[in-house]
Structures are given as structure tokens and as C-alpha cells.
Design a protein. Structure first.
Length: 190
């Protein structure tokens, strides 16, 4: 455990807490947290997770824009993801994971297939969060379970604890968003 991991732990918790509350400031904290975790994952030779954090910085900028300005106010609300999107994500999962795993083995990353899988699934979940699809929390729940084991295996105990907390927050986020969705008028799924 080092100062980068401690700072990443604290800022990540702040980010996800605000996201569960549907607060736009969570995206700012996400930029900080992801920048810190790029260093942590580089040191752990989890290059997929390191690159993912860089993408999350960009995704946080996208999420900030989407939640603040990118959609008409009437569609900035929580909604369900259209079923055809699940099909597209499912079709993309295997070739994306395989391609990234290949790249990670080329740079001698550790746990290349698991790192690739969690990276791709996390990208899907982050996009779903930015679009305010309530199902993003189910995807985060699943991938966080895998991450807890990966980080424990890599002796990143504080980060493993963080993802256990994320698991709880994702569960909370799902129920919080689901309740809010139930109280809102029905919106188009685009």
C-alpha cells in the first residue's frame, strides 16, 4: 500500500458515492481518482487497468458533459437500457476481450485475460452510467466481484477493500436509481 493507492481509495469512494446520488460532481472526483489509480496499476503491472483509468478520465469528461449539457433536460433522467443494446454489447464482448488480452500479453501484463475482460466490461458499465441506464449498476456489481479477487491476488489489499465497498455502493446505487426511475415519467430509451 502506498500514498497513491490511499489517495485513489479516498477519491474513488467520493466519486462513486456522488454517482449513486446522481450528482454531477462525482465526475470531477472520478477524474482525480482515475488519474491516481493509473499510477497504482502501472506499479502492479496491470496495464489494462492502467489504460482503463486513462479511458475513465475521458469517460468522466463525457459523463460530465452528458449529465450537464449533452442531452435535453427531459432525457437527463435515469432510464432503462434498450434490449438491443444488450445484444450489441454481448457481440462486442468476446472479440474486444480477446484483442485486448492479446495486446496485454505483448506488453507482458499480468493476468492478461482477466485484466482484459474486466477492462472491457468496465468500459461498458461506464458508458451505461454516463447514459443514465439503471442497469449500469448490475454490470458494476458483477465486475466488482471479479475485481475484489484480482486485487487481493495482486496484494492490493486497500484496492480490494475499495472494490468490496464499490460492490455495496453499486447495490445501493441500483436500488436508489430504480426507486427514482419508478417515480419519474416514462422516457424514450435512446
Amino acid at each position: 500500500m502506498n500514498y497513491w493507492e490511499i489517495a485513489g481509495f479516498v477519491t474513488s469512494l467520493i466519486c462513486v458515492w456522488y454517482n449513486t446520488q446522481e450528482k454531477i460532481i462525482g465526475w470531477f472526483w472520478g477524474i482525480i481518482a482515475c488519474s491516481l489509480y493509473m499510477v497504482v496499476f502501472y506499479d502492479a503491472k496491470l496495464y489494462g487497468d492502467m489504460a482503463l483509468q486513462g479511458v475513465f478520465v475521458l469517460a468522466s469528461i463525457y459523463g460530465l458533459y452528458q449529465w450537464g449539457f449533452g442531452q435535453p433536460k427531459s432525457t437527463r433522467q435515469i432510464r432503462q437500457m434498450p434490449s438491443n443494446y444488450w445484444l450489441v454489447l454481448g457481440v462486442l464482448l468476446l472479440p474486444s476481450t480477446a484483442g485486448l488480452a492479446y495486446l496485454l500479453t505483448q506488453v507482458r501484463g499480468e493476468l492478461a485475460w482477466i485484466d482484459a475482460f474486466t477492462t472491457i466490461v468496465s468500459l461498458f458499465a461506464q458508458w451505461m452510467l454516463a447514459k443514465k441506464f439503471v442497469e449500469n449498476w448490475w454490470v458494476w456489481i458483477g465486475v466488482n466481484i471479479v475485481y475484489i479477487g484480482v486485487y487481493a491476488y495482486k496484494d492490493l489489499w486497500l484496492t480490494s477493500l475499495l472494490y468490496a465497498i464499490f460492490l455495496g455502493l453499486a447495490t445501493y446505487g441500483y436500488f436508489n436509481w430504480r426507486n427514482e426511475l419508478a417515480s419519474e415519467p416514462v422516457l424514450p430509451n435512446n
